[in-house]
Design a binder for this molecule. Sequence first.
Ligand code: UT7
Length: 332
Amino acid sequence: MKYSKITGVGHYVPENVVTNFDLEKHMDTSDEWIRERTGIEERRFFNPDKDTVGNMSAKASRMALERAGVDVKDVDFIVFATITPDYFFPGSGVIMQRELGLQGIGALDIRNACSGFIYGLSVADQYIKTGMYKNILVIGAEIQSSALELTTRGRNVSVIFGDGAGAVLVQPTDEKNKGILSTHLHADGDFAEELYVKDPGSSRKVRLDNEILEGTSIRAHMNGNMVFKHAIVRFSEVINEALQANNLTKEDIDLLIPHQANLRISNFLQEKLQLEEGKVYNNIMRYGNTTAASIPIAFSEAWQEGKIKEGNLICLAAFGSGFTWASSLIRW
Ligand code: UT7
């Protein structure tokens, strides 16, 4: 029996830094409001002449491969999580595949928003365990900024999101208690419309017309309060589920990497799980919420800052649109 292990982590964020003060110029908001309610100080917005979801994720993947010491030609499958693909279709897995010169291997796209990366990791975990593939890239990448409404009308959503890409390489190992110990996936479609972009969806007679383009249904709609309340419950539940499944306790966690949705959510989890200072990794201050990219970017940064050491127990957890929520425990 094979087990699966993350052997390389990488990320790429656009160079363009947008501070809360920059946003103040476009809408009735303030640095103080954004920092107090979300913890965000700045985020990255893509350069339309340079950055795409496909090429940012190729850069993140190359970094992950280099750190793993694996040649790009040895990658045999791609799992790509994004809700902002380069095109309406096909998905961005094939775009990144082309960027990496990997034509021919399979590329699977995942649309589970903030939980997309952990959903993707679970797919890779199963393929590695069955022996189907040996070098799987799992990506989370988003360009949110080009669809944000940078006006007072759109401020409850537009101050939160940012752009970026993260990647991990998943490989087989014979060691039972190393690598991905488990993944846990959940969804509840009753709440689909609490955080969604309605158009251009196929539910209408005409998918896109001028009336739709001029309205707000092409923008993300978020019932922030409701999402927040569900998030703190589901995050806690799914972390405990992962611990119980592995006969571990919260004291065993060395580093929790939660999806970066709101610093208040991370702080709530830290308190609830009674995790010491430094045991929850946050970078939302610098990048905002990058949806599917947030966990792999944070993973890569935590690793390069030396916060992930041999034998450490890492917990990943996410909650977002769907609603979907997920967790994974990893022994490094
Ligand atoms: O990643 C996917 C999962 N997403 C999440 O987990 C997000 C969860 N939700 C949240 O993080 C929070 O709900 C937000 C940060 C989005 C909003 O914070 P909040 O404390 O829930 O604020 P609110 O929506 O209740 O708004 C409070 C006030 C309102 O004004 P009134 O009605 O009290 O006069 C808003 O109009 O703040 C106003 N407001 C703003 N003011 C300045 C909303 N957005 C802004 C803004 N700047 N950007």
